[in-house]
Ligand binder design. Structure first.
Ligand SMILES: [Ca+2]
Ligand SMILES: [Ca+2]
Length: 141
């Protein structure tokens, strides 16, 4: 358990580091594709957002939101990811929408850093972004 501090440029650097971003997103995709069919279903995506905690930062959703409301939000997010509306999210759709979402998060953060509590094994992209920046400061990236 620790605290990371991130701002818009932390997130933007992460997204713009193409090889790093792609490998992070692809790894996330594989981990989320529980039944290994190469695409993400609606329920697989829902688990994704719960674990990545993107909704909390991007939409300002907190745990007090009623379950029906959460389901409605997750449905609308799924539809944004499913660009060709075929009912599943493939790796390209996932990557392109993750990029858009992360950049939207970056715009939202701007130059005002926020503190975020993270577990050591946190797999959220915000944690990865902070790790990348930390590695750069210490000369490892
Ligand atoms: Ca799947
Ligand atoms: Ca699709």
């Amino acid at each position: 358990m620790g605290v990371i501090i991130i701002d818009g440029s932390t997130v933007r650097d992460f997204v713009n580091n193409e090889p790093h971003f792609k490998s992070s997103v692809d790894a996330q995709f594989l981990a989320l594709d529980v039944n290994n069919d190469g695409v993400l279903s609606r329920s697989e995506m829902r688990k994704a957002f719960e674990s990545m905690r993107l909704l909390e930062t991007h939409f300002g959703v907190d745990t007090a939101v009623p379950a029906e409301e959460l389901t409605r939000i997750y449905d609308s997010v799924f539809q944004r990811f499913d660009g060709d509306q075929n009912g599943t999210v493939d790796p390209e759709e996932f990557r392109s929408e993750m990029r858009k979402m992360m950049l939207a998060v970056a715009d939202g953060l701007g130059s005002s850093p926020i503190q975020m509590a993270v577990e050591d094994d946190d797999q959220s992209f915000l944690k990865k972004a902070a790790d990348l920046e930390a590695a750069r400061f210490s000369g490892r990236a």
